[in-house]
Design a protein around this ligand. Sequence first.
Ligand SMILES: C[S@@+](CC[C@H](N)C(=O)[O-])C[C@H]1O[C@@H](n2cnc3c(N)ncnc32)[C@H](O)[C@@H]1O
Length: 191
Amino acid sequence: MNRQLLKVLTAQEFRVLSGIEGHLSDKEVLALFYFVYFPKEKGSIVEIGSFKGKSTIVLASGLKKAGRTEKVFAVDPHLRGSYEVFLENLRIHSVHDTVCPLRMTSEEAAKQWNEPIRPLFVDGSHLYEDVLLDIQLWEPWVIRNGLLIFHDTGVERFDGVRRAVEEAIVSCGRFRELLCLKNMRVFRKRW
Ligand SMILES: C[S@@+](CC[C@H](N)C(=O)[O-])C[C@H]1O[C@@H](n2cnc3c(N)ncnc32)[C@H](O)[C@@H]1O
């Protein structure tokens, strides 16, 4: 993965992405970029939980670098006042034209959603019931061979994320695990 990435993401571009304030480690930045840049399938990119936009900008930068015209739909109610910084960060990193902010909860956004998704990135509420709900609401829209990416799967205080992923994704057999980092797991939907 790293060798392929080195050909498309310069050290300077990586430093800029990894320096954005947010909740992704360097390895997770690379993984998100990789899984949006390389797969050839078509479909929207949906992110649940944007905060100040670190993951949003990584996803949008991967899309732009690949020369693709899809958008990142960034779902977050921004109840803790992160919306202005989020918008400003999109502008600073020149991805505001690639991101469609949906300032609402995952549940509200799902009610109006009707498009195929190729990667779904889940990093919203970390409560067990909410992660299960995110999966239940959004997974049906993920295309065959599309990806589901979960963040904070290995943090003890967010054990609900790990449990929900184990129960709803790992144990059902419809998903193949492609990557397991300390705090991020990536699955391909087989059917
Ligand atoms: C851990 S932060 C996301 C970090 C971000 N992905 C990054 O790279 O920095 C979690 C975010 O999820 C949002 N959130 C909480 N509950 C949500 C829900 N039900 N639907 C969508 N977003 C939610 C919060 O507002 C918060 O900004």
